[in-house]
Design a protein around this ligand. Structure first.
Ligand code: BGC
Length: 739
């Protein structure tokens, strides 16, 4: 890089954009990037390392005033929270027509589970175990966002979590590294499509790197401390899968990991991200997380924080103004090597080329396309489809569900009429004003005359004054449909809880309704595993609907009336109470497992069973499935061989249904202790009434690798158990040996 001022030779440099696939293409882009960089001053380079929020949505402090002027001066190369084709066009015009080098802006936004058409929250989507549906959701979200000026989404969130107290479990894919990895890859494919240069795709950002899902005590932003083995074997795989799927940006998280804040961690950003995962894109911080290193107590001032981040490999400072204020001096004094800046800018500009922004900076701000894409009938249909697939039937005694058309139902609960709550947290640009509530949809389907409604109580608070009306309105009905749970504000960032009970007096009202002796169906809206011990006793049917998105009211109605047979399965364990947390299916056996005959000295609670209320992978259907025993192609797995494990699954009920067939293994003796079960495969199948299918899993040695006692990654010969079944608890079992 040379500090030269050249008249605008830019048009010469702007060459047609290329697709990112071959090394030759890669080299071409590197060449173009270099030719731009030769024109840049140090100030302009640092400008590319800066990301400011527009004055729209913000999730943190310190709104940069005058960001438009900074764009003009070349001090800000990237904007987030700006959307609509018109607004982004206005900002892009400043960058491209008024800044010296005309370098186009990146526009980032939290398109987490939809842009305008909102899909179920990510935890809900994960419960579909349907990779095609999840990819489709990301693909639709990308198409809408990309038509509204956005070219970069801060998703997917790949944080494994076993912490229901942590409100952000709603944004992830649950507790399991294997499933989490499949979902992370599906989301990246959905967002980025086949080519970043495609105008219907957006750049994905893998977040929050790393370990953000394991805050102590479930308190958001809190300390994360875990062994390197747990980090590598359990928390890292989904981030890796997203990077392997081609994600070209990564967000460094707020948290510290084992004493070092992520945004200053050479271990995370260089050793793991660059050397181990071979990541080639750029790293952006989370919101002001460079500045927050002061509060973490690893630096004494902001300048030091910036230096630490730059040296660790942070390429872009989100909202913190630290690079903006200090980096130039630090490079000039030699405190930060110029090479670190050059490399960062190279990575950022390269992504801009890949997105085709140098070819046509306005390609993402197209008002006609925006009109066509946003809320298109096909997108709404996709959202409805994914919403239905996300729902999990937790209980259904005496076939209370499905409801029968024209039966008299009493709808209760504030959430039945709320459209805002259907969208959940991170509603992006989603608009709840035109949406239909659960009550609207139930009435539309079952007829006004067959549906009564009373709020009963609010989601929060202790006002019981509506109880009497709710009880009397339920008297004339044949079934009660009570929509309850958490409000959407209780989910997402900064919404940690110390209780995972259903809030307010909602459960108290359920107790009163129970006295009417009528079948009660609960429709749950929530973004985390809840303690449903009481509710599962009182209710006859429970449908976990999460926050199901724009089409949520209709999706719930169709599932309740059996127009869609529920097929979702939990991706986080639902405990019996908070005291069991953290609870997850891949626990270790311990030296004193609960099954020992000794009545006292073993790993157990004296006041509660060890097992959860609803295990990982659990979910019912309106039909039933029977599993045959497992057929294994052999009992010995050779070093380079494979085994085929098959079961016959039969639909033994009265309607067609879908089943997620799950395959787990257990390594019985390892050089380090091994989990009692690990998910290694799954397949979602559809079976007509009376139909059966053989499902086969291929077991290969690489699936059994882990970080061994000496921290090397690989397998160990020995005996294994293999399980196949309907959830992590109810499984058929066999065994094999790895040679
Ligand atoms: C969140 C990120 C988000 C960013 C930008 C932060 O507060 O942790 O997940 O992408 O804000 O909105």
């Amino acid at each position: 890089m040379k500090y030269i001022f050249l008249p605008i030779l830019f048009s010469v440099i702007i060459m047609s954009s290329c697709q990112y696939s071959q090394t030759a293409e890669d080299k071409k882009i590197d060449f173009k990037v270099d030719s731009v960089m030769r024109l840049m001053t140090l100030d302009e380079e640092i400008g590319q390392m800066v990301l400011y929020s527009s004055d729209w949505d913000v999730t943190g402090p310190s709104l940069k005033k005058g960001y438009m002027d900074e764009i003009r001066k070349g001090n800000c190369g990237n904007i987030f929270n700006a959307h609509t084709a018109a607004f982004t066009h206005k900002l892009q015009k400043i960058a491209v027509e008024e800044s010296r080098l005309h370098i186009p802006l990146l526009f980032g936004y939290d398109v987490i589970h939809g842009h305008k058409t909102i899909f179920p929250i990510s935890l809900g989507e994960s419960a579909s175990w349907d990779m095609e549906a999840i990819e489709k959701s990301a693909c639709v979200s990308a198409a809408e966002a990309a038509a509204s000026g956005i070219n970069w989404t801060f998703a997917p969130m790949c944080d494994i979590s076993v912490e229901p107290r942590w409100g952000r479990v709603s944004e992830g894919a649950g507790e399991d590294p294997y499933l989490g990895s499949k979902i992370a890859a599906a989301r990246v494919h959905g967002f980025q499509g086949k080519s970043l240069a495609d105008t219907l795709t957006v750049l994905a950002c893998v977040k929050h790197f790393a370990g953000y899902g394991a805050p102590l005590a479930g308190r958001d932003y809190n300390t994360v401390d875990m062994s390197e083995r747990v980090f590598l074997d359990t928390y890292l795989p989904p981030y890796k899968a997203a990077i392997d799927a081609g994600a070209m940006s990564v967000m460094s998280s707020f948290n510290e990991l084992n004493g070092i804040p992520a945004s200053g961690s050479v271990y995370l950003l260089k050793d793991i991200l660059r050397k181990h995962l071979h990541f080639k894109g750029f790293v952006v911080t989370d919101y002001t997380s460079i500045n927050e290193m002061l509060n973490h107590g690893v630096v004494a001032n902001e300048a030091e924080a910036g230096k630490m981040a730059a040296k660790a490999g942070v390429d872009m400072d989100m909202q913190g103004e630290v690079y903006y204020k200090y980096l130039k001096k630090q490079v000039e004094s030699g405190e930060v090597p110029l090479q670190a800046v050059n490399e960062a800018v190279h990575r950022i500009l390269k992504v801009k080329f890949l997105l085709g922004l140098f070819d046509d900076p306005y390609r993402y701000c197209n008002e006609a396309r925006e009109k066509r894409e946003v809320y298109s009938p096909a997108h709404l249909e996709a959202s409805l489809d994914v919403a239905k697939k996300s729902m999990v039937l937790l209980k259904n005694s005496n076939n209370t569900l499905p409801l029968k058309k024209d039966e008299k139902i009493a709808v209760i609960g504030q959430l039945a009429t709320s459209t805002r709550d259907l969208l959940g947290s991170w509603k992006a640009a989603g608009d709840w004003n035109f949406m239909k509530s659960v009550l609207d949809e139930l009435k539309a389907y079952n007829g006004d005359a067959n549906v009564t409604y009373a709020e009963g109580c609010k989601v929060q608070g202790d006002d019981r004054s509506g109880f009497a009306t709710a009880i009397s309105s339920a008297r004339g009905a044949s079934k009660i449909v009570y929509v309850l749970g958490e409000s959407c504000e209780w989910s997402g960032e900064a919404t940690s809880r110390t209780s995972i009970n259903i809030p307010g007096v909602q459960t108290e009202l359920l107790e009163k309704l129970k006295a009417l002796n009528k079948p009660i169906v609960l429709v749950l809206m929530n973004g985390r595993p809840l303690d449903l011990s009481k509710e599962s006793e009182l209710a006859d049917g429970i449908l976990e609907a999460w926050f199901p998105g724009t089409m949520g009211g209709k999706a719930i109605t169709q599932v309740l009336f059996g127009k869609y047979n529920p097929s979702g399965k939990l991706t986080m364990t639902f405990p019996r109470n908070l005291g069991q947390v953290p609870i997850y299916y891949y626990e270790k056996n311990t030296g004193r497992p609960n099954y020992l005959s000794n009545p006292k000295y073993k790993s157990r609670y004296i006041d509660c069973p060890n097992d959860p209320l609803y295990p990982f992978g659990f979910g019912l259907s309106y039909t039933t499935f029977a599993y045959s025993d497992i057929k294994l192609s052999g009992k010995e797995l050779a070093e380079k061989g494979e085994l085929k494990a098959s079961v016959r699954v039969s639909n033994t009920g009265n309607v067609a249904g879908e089943e997620v067939v799950q395959c787990y293994v257990r390594d019985l003796v390892g050089s380090v202790t091994r989990p009692v079960k690990e998910l290694k495969g799954f397949e979602k199948i559809t079976l007509k009434m009376g139909e059966s299918k053989v499902v086969t899993f291929t077991i290969t040695p690489d699936m059994l690798a882990f970080h061994r006692a000496d921290m090397s990654y690989g397998t160990e010969p020995g005996n294994y158990k293999l399980f196949i079944g309907t959830n992590s608890r109810d499984l058929k079992e066999t065994n094999f040996r790895l040679n």
